[in-house]
Ligand binder design. Structure first.
Ligand SMILES: NC(=O)c1ccc[n+]([C@@H]2O[C@H](COP(=O)([O-])OP(=O)(O)OC[C@H]3O[C@@H](n4cnc5c(N)ncnc54)[C@H](OP(=O)(O)O)[C@@H]3O)[C@@H](O)[C@H]2O)c1
Length: 225
């Protein structure tokens, strides 16, 4: 993406593992990034740390202010906080793309697929937010450990699902901008597969002791650009 095409990305929960990893990758790739947290001081601290590591433009504020500031907003919080936080910032999401990375894990049995009744967690989120918010699901199968190692390419693919094709493609381009191979993988309902797959990857990590976390790779198709 050219400099003019790089939108400001707000990452709610961006001081956490997955959110900070994505934020650092986008900051390193030249995107302006806003970290959101329940605690603005924690957000500011995380932003300073990421800016120091990447040389990028990163600020940190309360989740509500981050949601306002982001042209694209990423939701990177535990499943139990997904809907409450989205509800809280919902007015600021109208007309925007919301990238949901949530995996509906149910502790303590996180290595077991336990999807919510009715399918994927993100479909329920889209219904709740309404069609004014273009919800796209992505990054469920990209480990935070992989993202955190900024000197290494992230060695896995990303499944991108959503009901708005243009929004899906935008998110694919954001993923490619940080070196991932991103696939348009169909409507939001298909996110159930990506959400379920995370527990499969957690099982594999436990069994085979992967240092950076297992990921997925799609084969047999030319790599999309
Ligand atoms: N970790 C991975 O490898 C990975 C990979 C793919 C997808 N995911 C998914 O990404 C999401 C975040 O995972 P994570 O590992 O980054 O989790 P995490 O570090 O435990 O939490 C992320 C952030 O969520 C915020 N948070 C926690 N409870 C909250 C609440 N009740 N209300 C509002 N915010 C709350 C916290 O931010 P503040 O305290 O700063 O507000 C925390 O830093 C999860 O849905 C996870 O399944 C994770």
């Amino acid at each position: 993406m050219s400099e003019a095409e790089r939108p400001t990305i707000a990452v709610l929960g961006g001081a956490g593992h997955e959110g900070a990893g994505l934020a650092a990758r986008w900051a390193k790739a030249g995107f302006p990034v806003v970290i959101g947290s329940r605690d603005p001081a924690r957000a500011a601290q995380a932003a300073e740390e990421i800016a120091g590591r990447t040389g990028g433009t990163v600020s940190g504020v309360a989740n509500a202010d981050a949601a306002k500031a982001g042209e694209i907003v990423v939701l990177a919080v535990p499943y139990s906080a997904q809907v409450p936080l989205a509800d809280e910032v919902s007015p600021s999401l109208q007309g925007k793309i919301l990238i949901d990375v949530t995996v509906p894990l149910v502790p303590p049995k996180v290595a077991r697929v336990q999807l919510p009744e009715g399918g994927s967690a993100v479909e329920a989120l889209q219904k709740r937010l309404g069609s004014g918010v273009r919800v796209v699901s992505a990054f469920q199968n990209v480990s935070a450990h992989q993202l955190a190692e900024l000197d290494h390419a992230v060695d896995c693919d990303v499944l991108v699902t959503g009901d708005d094709e243009a929004a899906r493609e935008t998110v694919c381009r954001l993923a490619r901008a940080i070196g991932l191979i991103a696939w348009q993988a169909g409507p939001l309902s298909n996110s159930a597969a990506a959400e379920a797959l995370t527990s499969v990857l957690i099982s594999i990590n436990k069994r085979y002791k992967s240092p950076l976390g297992a990921g997925i790779r799609i084969i047999g198709v030319p790599t999309p650009e």
